[in-house]
Write a protein that binds this ligand. Structure first.
Ligand code: MC0
Length: 137
């Protein structure tokens, strides 16, 4: 099952500008930053409670024009792109949702933030929301 909201992902054209905006405007702190070549993103996790267990905000900037985030920005402009839940076992959670008729984007989990294992539910099968499942490392 789903344990809690892990993070909310926001597509941004420029990661450094977005980080500066979130720090300056909302006082959020950057707790992690990495490049994920497979996903075609440079990403940063920011938090209101850097030492607590609260949900993170994931700022996602495209590495390449053919990446998912670049396509999203072309179509919608910057904004909310995904809602991610923490799960204990991403294979089991994916199988349970497949059994309920939802399309998972990957046959096998892929690598997400900080060594996590991830999969996604197609937004057309989840009320227009790109849902990510995250099994933390
Ligand atoms: C597309 N659609 C969305 C959407 N992206 N709806 C809600 N939220 C989104 N983010 C809608 C379009 O408006 C369109 O609707 C329909 O879905 C198109 O579906 P499609 O033609 O099958 O696909 P694409 O080419 O638009 O791609 C969408 C898809 C793609 C979700 C399959 O973005 C994808 O593979 N995403 C998973 C990977 C990802 O997002 N990576 C970046 C984050 P209409 O009504 O116009 O037909 S990386 C990450 O998140 C990692 C680092 C982590 O957290 O650890």
């Amino acid at each position: 099952g789903l344990l809690r909201v892990d993070h909310v992902g926001i597509a941004v054209p420029d990661l450094d500008e977005a980080l500066a905006f979130y720090e300056r405007t909302f006082g959020l702190r950057c707790v992690h930053e990495e490049t994920n070549e497979e996903q075609g993103v440079r990403e940063a996790m920011v938090a209101a409670d850097p030492d607590g267990g609260g949900a993170r905000i994931q700022l996602l900037a495209p590495l390449r024009p053919d990446s998912a985030i670049a396509k999203f920005l072309d179509r919608n402009g910057p904004g909310l792109q995904q809602l991610a839940y923490t799960v204990r076992d991403v294979e089991a959670a994916s199988a349970a949702l497949r059994a309920r008729g939802l399309r998972l984007l990957y046959d096998e989990p892929r690598r997400g933030t900080a060594g996590s294992r991830i999969n996604f539910v197609h937004p057309k099968d989840a009320g227009g929301v790109l849902v990510e499942l995250v099994q933390p490392a």
